[in-house]
Design a protein. Structure first.
Length: 109
């Protein structure tokens, strides 16, 4: 179940350091049971997730890049603002690097 929220301005939500994610800040827009979450995530320029290696989740993840660049180091492919990903449970992705930094809308369920 996800919390009920009527329209509001995300500018009123402060950026906070994302737990366990060096160089990432977030604005939590809504939450729910377990991993259910909608957030804006901002990665600082030069950030990479090489140490984390390939990533897999036990939830579905949708990501829409709003600004910047994000390079998947396994695919050797750079994604830009306006591109979208939908990752089913267990889908391998990453590790990543961003040169300019990026901001993304992320939805987990």
């Amino acid at each position: 179940m996800k919390q009920e929220r009527e329209f509001f301005d995300p500018a009123d939500v402060a950026w906070a350091v994302a737990l366990g994610a060096r160089g990432v800040t977030e604005k939590i827009l809504s939450t729910g049971d377990g991993a259910v979450l909608t957030r804006l995530a901002r990665w600082e320029p030069g950030l990479d997730t090489v140490e984390a290696g390939v990533i897999r989740h036990d939830y579905i993840e949708e990501v829409y890049l709003l600004e910047g660049d994000l390079t998947d180091l396994t695919l050797n492919r750079t994604f830009h603002a306006g591109e979208y990903a939908c990752r089913p449970v267990g889908m391998a992705h990453g590790p990543y690097r961003t040169e300019a930094g990026c901001t993304m809308l992320e939805i987990r369920y």
